[in-house]
Ligand binder design. Structure first.
Ligand code: 4AD
Ligand code: MG
Length: 484
């Protein structure tokens, strides 16, 4: 027996050989002299056609061969008589590993809504769409590791359980082994976390950055790629409570270097997907085209998925400051006509409608915004010298905004001056003792450094053209939803 993945069998030219195909039945079609069974094993979006002559395979076995059943088919690889595939398998023997009762199996060979598929997340990887998304997700993850490895970065494993709030936004999930029904109390009546597992309050991390910075102050260039958790109650198509983040951190990089890296990196991984996941992307491109046809003309997007990906890879990102962006927004039609839901003025945190206006309407390109107001950004960002052209103090932040997504990357040059960082830590109400280890890197061999975080699911969302972030992670975690 030689078991080859269907992807390889379909590319094979050794007709006449005996092969075994193992996978799940997608469709079964019966004609007078033959039964056509299409099988998929997830190695590719394509199915292999196996042909069974009635009489040669027992009726009892054939009855169990229905959509969703898991089978092994052994037979001869032959040139296909039909169109649509080069080779097919003339079945000599079929073994059914696991039947799938057609009365109950929820996936039928037709298009199901993405909402319905979310309710059966344990089976949705068996659909064309999710198979394609999951393979592309893998390809992107691999490209990310390859990019950093090839460019001299070290993969640093930062902790998942932490006692600090890296972003200072207070959106953390608590980790505890205390009995919630019988909480130990101090004499003052507060919860006594000294009795908790770690002897202190701990949470799931919102970012590996702070520990990443410690790595960069020794290895120069590191990156993290791990799960992060945010208990923000945003029920949007762009937010997950559990998502994966890639965070490079580089000693001796300033904001400009950080932007150059972010742009080069994102373009590389998209180009890699275009090269290595062509079949799956072609399928998703077609899928999106059909979906667009159902929309009103003015709501249809100008570019198809593949065109959009090539466009991003082939063009320079626009780079402007926050202050310039605010000026553009103030001059914009939607602002003047009162069409933005949120007000625009220097100092606001840009809303997704503002970001999307800049990227999709004004520049029609990815945009990197820099030098945000200090007041709306995290404590660790490097403070700019006071400037006459700015309306208030700014920090060396950079956000990369993508069409259809909004913010895909957030990053900055870091404050490397001990006194300034300490003052800022106090200013935002963080107890300096709780970050003593972080602050010490500014006392012992401090160096200019910078880094950023790419939301992995937002990248997968962009590359696959899917509309909802719940559909690009195998098992989404969102408010009120943690099934599977
Ligand atoms: O902008 P954020 O909050 O930046 C950080 O966490 C920094 N520590 C990164 C760094 O400089 N090392 O998050 C980074 C990215 C966002 O741009 C977005 O793509 C993604 O993470 N992100 C989310 N993705 C899905 N669901 C959420 N709830 C997300 N929150 C942030
Ligand atoms: Mg951000």
């Amino acid at each position: 027996m030689s078991l080859l993945p269907i992807k390889e069998l379909l590319a094979s030219t050794t007709t006449g050989s005996t092969v075994t195909v193992k996978g799940w039945v997608r469709t079964k079609r019966e004609s007078k002299n033959a039964i056509f069974i299409a099988i998929n094993d997830g190695s590719t979006i394509h199915t292999i056609q196996t042909v069974a002559e009635p009489g040669r395979i027992s009726e009892d076995v054939l009855r169990l061969v229905t959509t969703g059943a898991c089978v092994a088919v052994t037979g001869t690889l032959v040139e296909s008589q039909g169109s649509g595939q080069k080779v097919e398998v003339q079945a000599a023997e079929i073994h059914v590993y696991g039947p799938a009762d057609p009365e109950q199996y929820p996936l039928q060979p037709k298009r199901h809504s993405l909402e319905f598929l979310r309710e059966i997340a344990h089976l949705r990887p068996r659909t064309n769409t999710f198979g394609a998304v999951l393979r592309i997700r893998h390809t992107l993850a691999y490209a990310i590791h390859k990019y950093f490895n090839d460019n001299g970065f070290f993969y640093l494993h930062t902790p998942i359980i932490t006692a600090s709030d890296a972003e200072g936004a207070g959106e953390m999930f608590r980790v505890t082994t205390l009995d919630l029904n019988h909480l130990p109390r101090t004499d003052e009546g507060a919860i006594d976390f000294r009795q908790d597992f770690f002897g202190r309050e701990t949470n799931l991390t919102v970012s590996g950055q702070l520990e990443g910075e410690l790595g960069a102050m020794a290895l120069s260039k590191i990156y993290t790629f791990g799960p992060t958790f945010r208990a923000e109650n945003s029920n949007t198509t762009r937010h997950l409570a559990e998502f994966w983040m890639i965070e490079p951190e580089m000693a001796f990089y300033e904001l400009e270097d950080n932007m150059n890296l972010a742009e080069d990196f994102v373009k590389y991984v998209i180009r890699y997907a275009l090269d290595q996941a062509a079949d799956d992307l072609a399928f998703l491109d077609q899928r999106l085209k059909e979906e667009e046809k159902t929309k009103k003309k003015e709501e249809q997007s100008e570019l198809g998925l593949l065109e959009k990906l090539r466009f991003v890879v082939d063009n320079d990102f626009v780079r402007i400051t926050y202050t310039e962006a605010i000026d553009i927004l103030l001059q914009s039609k939607p602002h003047k006509k009162g069409q933005f839901q949120y007000p625009v003025e220097w100092g606001i945190d840009l809303q997704s409608e503002h970001e999307r206006f800049l990227v999709e309407k004004h520049f029609k390109k990815p945009v990197i915004l820099t030098n945000y107001p200090k007041a709306i950004k995290a404590f660790y960002m490097k403070q700019n010298e006071a400037s006459e052209t700015e309306k208030g103090p700014t920090v060396r932040a950079m956000d990369v905004l993508f069409p259809g997504i909004g913010e895909i990357i957030g990053g900055s040059q870091r404050e490397d001056d001990f006194e300034k960082l300490l003052a800022r830590v106090r200013e935002v109400g963080i107890e300096p003792e709780s970050l003593w280890w972080y602050l010490q890197t500014r006392q012992f061999g401090s160096a200019p450094h910078a880094g950023f975080g790419l939301g992995f699911e937002r990248l997968v969302l962009f590359v696959t053209g899917m509309g909802n972030i719940r559909d690009v992670i195998p098992f989404p975690r969102t408010p009120k939803s943690a099934d599977f």
